[in-house]
Design a protein around this ligand. Structure first.
Ligand code: BGC
Length: 913
């Protein structure tokens, strides 16, 4: 009896412990927290299990979804009750309840049963549906004004003042609920009664507006009041009224004058509803303070033109113009399911220096992307001019030759009313230095503040190691990546380009995913690529195709497939594969039909772009020993893509025909490739490192020759190039991992920690605070020489995390459901301290080597497991949480020179003597 009592008490305390100590957090719908206005009919729901209890595994879950918070509270799941589902999946559970219509609301919660007891119901989460059909826009009209005004210009340096729009509305009753749906092209700011709605900037994310147009949704219940209200909008140009017009129109796409469509849904306390829509009664003026806004050339703001109270009630708009109905942009309205940009960080400048000409040079101490906030006092009409650059010339003036024709100049014209504080709205710059002129007194550092602007996504990775050069490279990468997120991944933020080039992100996106929660951004980008596909299957080099380049390469276009693979691997996003598979296949078929000759892929456009050239002054190498034949690049890469397509085909259960085709073509291609390019001396083609690393990385080398080809490649890197990189954008994507995974982590480490040319460390040594476009970025021709590109990172960041920290998702169990923790402890580092916020929770790996000891602290999130590779086969040397590893324990095995433990969730301190 006593014993039974004891068991009952134990069980009770056990489940109480679980109830309190295991919590459900971070509930997400389509990877977003409480999103408003989504347009996925069966959204995916996810949660994280957060606990200090070890070895927690989810066994069962139950999701309740209700149409109101009240109903959910009472467990009245009128939309969906999943029932108890026995499953360990906590990510991407497809909503399978009642069909949801436009604007429906859904409230949800989840509860799970784990091996350590049952949790309480989670907090309530929420999503709402957007406008799902064209008809549901209920004839909301696009309004605009297709005309230039004095000062505007359609030209190479296009200029257009921002349009200030207002509409007074009468809210007749007490408001219970109000939501606004807005499409403001190119960029908008929305105000209600003078208050800005949302904390974002530069919205919405750019798209090819003839294909799809993104709408944003806001809950504005608290902003509307009974009586007179004013809706105000400012429209900027963005990519819609493009930066360059009537200038290379065959290449540069423009979409016309800014325009908008808006719907405001009001539900009153008494149950009645009302919808306000844009129409030709809305009024506007082009004579506001923003005189010009051009992403390349900058913003001009004349504070003398400020219009007091323009977006509030007490304003007489009788001399404003009426907007007119205008043509729709052409693209279908879609919910924006990735965050807008925001001011994400601030930078205080480190020095200000007077020049001989009376201007000042401000140094932000960091090459950053965003803008400068200005504080100034002066007379009405005084003008402050700010010109932005990434570096200085020897004489201390701005180095702007590498910006090409981008004018990168913001101007502020004072109204003369005490201290004036200003920052632009519709432009951004890539800069470290600013030349400031027009001050009538000596400004101080306090007059300026850098605002860092990029997509509102979280930083999810940290990394620190014993090598300071590698740490600085990491920091440079961090700044470069975030700066180049602009609702799409762009190549560079400073010159007259800023285009979302595919090839720059083929593997880059993967490395970036360890630092930033870039899932929704890249999912959106895949849609951009899909929308830019031609009818016959071609995809462009840049997507959205603001620059209309359809070059039909493989190494650039392959990003479509590689980025989808990244989203699957890192975030367990299967939908991207389901949704894009047909288009990817179409492109693969298109390339095969048009360019496969004798089983080899013959078309390439950019080669191994940006190899270290023969002279430090040039951009493009002409030296045949440095360049890799385009057919080698394309064929090897196409082979690699065939393997990924085969994997995708399995994931989505595509037809056997597809799989057989990938298999058959892979075999033929591999045979033809080895026949033509594998030399008798076990090197490929002209024996560049790129020509060898691709077949090695892609598994094309005959098994028996692998070691020899690898050794030859190592010889090239280690001896011929004396431990330096010699690859361009293509080869660099595979070099670090291939070296390490074939046993030469030490050589990879040499490349990563080098300070001499060419290397990432060389950039650091030469003052870089971001990553350069060219290995020789400090000496090369300015024509194509950005100091903030991310493409040369290749697979460096993947290597930092997977091979140095040992944080890698098991490809068989994507989204870090199982983590492979296999650091190369002997590469050259003595410690690594890294963390990664995986979709399941925080992963940590912190190892430190002393002369005869290794201490390794790891954290494995709940409901995941890890394969932990220890650098010994001697069980007696290993202690886990101070306890000797049990010789008879079943959860380890020996693999080559390592012990492999399978550990469940928890925090472990491993000690190896
Ligand atoms: C861009 C690169 C791009 C390349 C393609 C350059 O102008 O800046 O990032 O991938 O062109 O050729």
């Amino acid at each position: 009896m006593k014993r039974l009592q004891y068991i009952v008490i134990l069980l009770f305390s056990f489940s109480v412990m679980a109830q309190n100590d295991i919590k459900l957090h971070n509930l997400q719908c389509e990877m977003l927290t409480n999103p408003l206005g989504i347009d996925v009919l069966q959204p995916r729901l996810s949660w994280q299990i957060i606990t200090d209890v070890s070895e927690v595994e989810q066994k069962t879950y139950q999701i309740l979804v209700a149409s109101s918070a009240e109903k959910l509270k009472n467990n009245n799941a009128d939309l969906w009750d999943s029932g108890k589902v026995s499953s360990n999946a906590s990510m991407n559970i497809t909503y399978s309840g009642k069909k949801l219509d436009s604007k429906d609301e859904a409230y949800w919660k989840v509860k799970v049963w784990t091996n350590k007891g049952e949790t309480q119901w989670s907090e309530t989460a929420h999503w709402s549906m957007g406008i799902l059909t064209y008809a549901d826009w209920k004839s909301t009209r696009w309004i605009g004004y297709n005309q230039l005004f004095p000062g505007d210009s359609v030209s190479q340096f296009s200029k257009l003042s921002a349009r200030y729009i207002r509409k007074q509305i009468d809210v007749k009753k007490q408001v219970k609920n109000a939501k606004v749906y807005i499409m403001g092209m190119g960029l908008y700011e929305l105000y209600i009664n003078g208050e800005k709605i949302g904390n974002h900037v530069l919205a919405p994310v750019p798209t090819d507006y003839t294909k799809n147009v993104k709408y944003n949704v806001f809950d504005v219940t608290s902003q509307l009041k009974k009586g007179e209200n004013v809706l105000g909008t400012i429209l900027g140009n963005g990519r819609f009224f493009a930066m360059r017009q009537e200038y290379k129109p065959y290449k540069i796409k423009s979409f016309g004058f800014p325009k908008m469509a808006l719907q405001l849904d009001i539900e009153y306390e008494n149950g009645t509803t009302e919808t306000i829509k844009t129409d030709e009664t809305w009024k506007f003026t082009p004579n506001g303070p923003i005189r010009s806004n051009n992403e390349y050339d900058g913003e001009v703001y004349d504070a003398r033109n400020e219009i007091h109270n323009w977006n509030t009630n007490n304003f007489d708009d009788s001399n404003w113009l009426n907007l007119t109905w205008v043509e729709e942009p052409g693209g279908f309205p879609e919910a924006q399911m990735t965050p807008n940009m925001k001011v994400m960080d601030e930078v205080t400048p480190i020095s200000i220096t007077a020049t001989k000409t009376g201007s000042y040079i401000l140094d932000m101490g960091q090459n950053m992307v965003g803008w400068l906030q200005l504080k100034v006092k002066g007379n009405r009409g005084d003008t402050i001019t700010m010109k932005f650059a990434e570096s200085l010339k020897e004489d201390g003036s701005l180095y702007i030759a590498n910006l090409r024709d981008a004018r990168v100049t913001d101007q502020y014209i004072l109204k003369g009313e005490g201290e004036e504080i200003w920052e632009p709205k519709f432009v951004y710059h890539g800069f470290r230095f600013v030349e400031i002129s027009g001050f009538k007194y000596k400004p101080s550092l306090g007059n300026f503040l850098g605002k860092v602007v990029y997509d509102d996504i979280e930083t999810i990775g940290t990394f620190e190691c014993s090598n300071p050069t590698m740490n600085q490279i990491f920091k440079n990468a961090f700044w470069g990546i975030r700066g180049n997120y602009k609702g799409m991944p762009i190549d560079c933020p400073q010159r007259n380009e800023r285009q979302p080039w595919l090839g720059d992100r083929t593997t880059g996106a993967y490395g970036e995913s360890f630092l930033f929660d870039n899932q929704t951004l890249y999912a959106k980008w895949l849609d951009d690529i899909k929308f830019s596909q031609t009818l016959d299957g071609g995809i462009p080099d840049v997507a959205p195709a603001f620059w209309r380049y359809y070059g039909d390469g493989v190494t650039w276009q392959g990003a479509y497939i590689k980025v989808a693979d990244m989203l699957y691997n890192q975030f367990a996003d299967e939908n991207v594969i389901k949704n894009h598979y047909p288009y990817m296949k179409k492109w693969m078929d298109y390339m095969e039909a048009n360019y496969l000759k004798n089983d080899l892929m013959t078309k390439d456009k950019y080669g191994d772009w940006c190899v270290p050239p023969e002279s430090l002054e040039i951009i493009r190498s002409q030296d045949p020993t440095r360049l890799t034949n385009g057919e080698v690049l394309s064929s090897a890469f196409y082979y690699h893509l065939l393997q990924i397509m085969k994997k995708f085909a399995h994931i989505i259960n595509a037809t056997e025909v597809d799989i057989a085709h990938y298999d058959d073509l892979s075999e033929r291609l591999k045979m033809a490739f080895n026949k033509k390019y594998l030399n008798k001396n076990n090197t490929y083609a002209n024996n560049t490192v790129t020509a060898n690393v691709l077949p090695l990385a892609f598994g094309m080398v005959p098994e028996e020759l692998k070691a020899k080809v690898f050794d030859n490649m190592v010889h090239e890197v280690e001896v011929t190039k004396q431990g330096h990189v010699s690859t361009g954008v293509v080869g660099i994507q595979f070099l670090m991992r291939t070296l390490t995974e074939n046993g030469r982590g030490d050589l990879a480490y040499k490349l990563a920690s080098n300070k001499t040319y060419p290397s990432w460390g060389y950039m650091v040594e030469n003052g870089a605070t971001t990553i350069w476009e060219l290995w020789n970025g400090n000496t090369a021709d300015p024509e194509m020489n950005s100091q903030n590109h991310v493409m040369l990172l290749g697979d460096l960041l993947v290597w930092y995390y997977e091979n140095m920290a040992g944080i890698k998702s098991n490809p068989e169990m994507p989204g870090f459901k199982q983590i492979i923790m296999k650091p190369d402890f002997n590469a050259g580092l003595s410690y690594v301290n890294a963390s990664y916020e995986s979709i399941h929770g925080t992963i940590k790996s912190h190892w430190k080597k002393t002369k005869n000891k290794l201490i390794w602290d790891i954290t494995i999130p709940a409901n995941t497991s890890a394969l932990v590779y220890l650098p010994t086969t001697n069980v007696s040397k290993v202690k886990i949480n101070k306890k000797q590893l049990d010789k008879n324990s079943e959860n380890y095995k020996t693999e080559e020179d390592r012990l492999v433990l399978e550990l469940k969730s928890g925090t472990y301190s491993i000690n190896i003597n």
